[in-house]
Design a binder for this molecule. Structure first.
Ligand code: ADP
Length: 465
């Protein structure tokens, strides 16, 4: 139950709200009581001082003093007592203690010359203040007694208690409002998350391509956008995978069907030995096609898991190596292969994979040469801009039609002339090239004009420079 984000957030919010309210309450109540007590104390000290002055001015007239103290007692509601310097009560406004010895700490302090106050009692609270009565001049003060004021401050405590109840009630109300707010806030946070969880579950059950609509500008909104993008990407990958498997099955079926037809024809006929041989050669041709297709498929699968073995190498060196290896093949088809790269730029790359990429591109340029032209040429050149190094492999072959150009890097895609002219291939060479470029973080593209020729452009970012 406590594991849900909403419950946890609610508990945390509620704790914070109640703890803050409680702390504020304690501060307010204490402050209120202290200031009320202070006001009361100051007021009584003022009376005390007036009484002490009156006493010191009329020391010889005890009767007058007693009457005055009695009057103070009646008008202020506090009890005024006069105590002599032997701690004996000379006059008591309420007449209870006259003649008795009174030695509480306030009296002692007043007789030693200083004002003091304290609150006594558990149930009934009593404030006691004492002010010294002095005679003599400014420099030689003589303490002749003390005025003790004893005041009931029960009303102060009663008003404090009633305020405390009101504050507690208001705080509880505020706390519950806070809880309501925290519930709404937690709900606001957890609801889209729950929707995202449900949506991710649907995705994992295979509902790829669906979108969840959560319009927010915060991290949850960003998470929703990312999951939506992931859903679209997964759908695309899944569609590609299905198409790929369909294409592979189709490509495998065609040679198998023709092998079967050839063998059946052989079995049914009484063909002479010469024809047998011809048929079997055709069978071998189909088997070769099959094994070439399988080896290409294996290359692609290997590239899916490939970890690059990167080194900083000058690409022109790899180009020179590849050109050396491919020249005899080009020459055997009357194609001139020229390496015109001249830049000595080192890039991090996997030598073997780059070579495989170049072999595929050069092989295409040889395959798709224009047999009608007197001279077939392949040129490899390089350029550099501020942040990119470009390698271009150009031929003057048959070229690619505009509608085919955007698709030639897809697996199994073959443009019309290559099919109709029965040029050997499975439409996988350029998808291998693209995959290797992707693995390196490079860009590969093609420019072409039918009848003019094709240029494959490899763009390598030089951000490491
Ligand atoms: P394939 O095995 O068919 O050569 P690729 O993936 O290497 O497969 O190429 C895909 C298609 O792109 C080819 O079928 C061909 O139509 C076209 N193509 C590739 N390179 C060239 C080129 N240099 N000249 C003309 N067409 C080309």
């Amino acid at each position: 139950m406590f594991s849900s984000l909403r419950t946890r957030l609610m508990i945390v919010y509620t704790l914070i709200i109640f703890m803050t309210i409680a702390a504020v309450d304690v501060l307010i109540l204490n402050d209120y009581f202290r200031s009320r007590l202070q006001e009361r104390t100051i007021a009584y000290f003022t009376y005390g001082n007036i009484a002490a002055n009156l006493v010191s001015a009329n020391l010889s007239d005890v009767f007058y003093i007693s009457r005055a103290l009695k009057q103070y007692t009646e008008t202020t509601g506090a009890r005024f007592l006069l105590i002599d310097n032997q701690s004996v009560v000379v006059s008591d406004g309420a007449n209870h203690f006259t003649g008795e010895l009174l030695t509480n700490p306030q009296v002692r302090k007043a007789l030693s010359g200083s004002n003091s106050w304290a609150v006594y009692g558990n149930g009934e609270k009593n404030l006691q203040l004492a002010v010294p009565v002095t005679t003599g001049g400014r420099d030689s003060l003589d303490v002749v007694g003390a005025v003790l004021i004893s005041a009931d401050i029960g009303d102060l405590y009663a008003s404090y208690r009633s305020l405390r109840w009101r504050v507690i009630l208001i705080s509880l109300l505020a706390g519950f409002l806070g809880m309501l707010f925290s519930f709404t806030a937690a709900h606001h946070l957890s609801r889209p998350l729950n929707r995202l969880i449900a949506f991710s579950r649907r995705l994992s059950r295979g509902h790829l391509g669906e979108q969840v609509y959560i319009k927010r500008n915060d991290e949850i909104g960003q998470l929703a956008d990312t999951i939506n993008k992931m859903s679209a990407d997964l759908q695309r990958i899944e569609q590609n995978r299905r198409r790929f498997i369909g294409d592979v099955s189709h490509e495998l079926k065609t040679p198998l069907a023709s092998i079967k037809a050839l063998v059946e024809a052989l079995l049914m006929s009484n063909a002479p030995g010469e024809q047998y041989r011809e048929f079997l050669e055709d069978v071998i041709g189909e088997v070769d096609r099959l094994s070439m297709l399988i080896s290409r498929l294996l290359t692609l699968t290997r590239l899916e898991e490939e970890r690059l073995n990167k080194e900083y190498l000058p690409l022109s060196d790899i180009v020179a190596d590849t050109v050396r290896v491919m020249t005899p093949l080009a020459a055997s088809h009357n194609v001139i292969l020229e390496n015109k790269t001249h830049m000595d730029i080192k890039v991090p790359c996997d030598k073997n994979l780059v070579r495989e990429m170049l072999v595929n591109v050069i092989d295409n340029s040889i395959k798709y040469r224009d047999r009608a032209k007197a001279v077939n040429k392949i040129e490899i050149t390089d350029f550099r801009t501020l942040d990119t190094y470009r390698l271009e492999i150009s031929d003057n072959g048959i070229g690619i039609a505009g509608q085919d150009l955007p698709r030639i890097f897809e697996g199994f895609y073959r443009s019309e002339p290559s099919r109709s002219r029965e040029i050997e291939g499975y439409g996988m060479g350029l998808s291998i090239v693209k995959r290797i470029a992707d693995l390196h973080g490079w860009d590969v593209s093609a420019k072409s004009q039918p009848g003019r020729g094709t240029t494959i452009v490899l763009s390598i970012p030089l951000k490491f420079k």
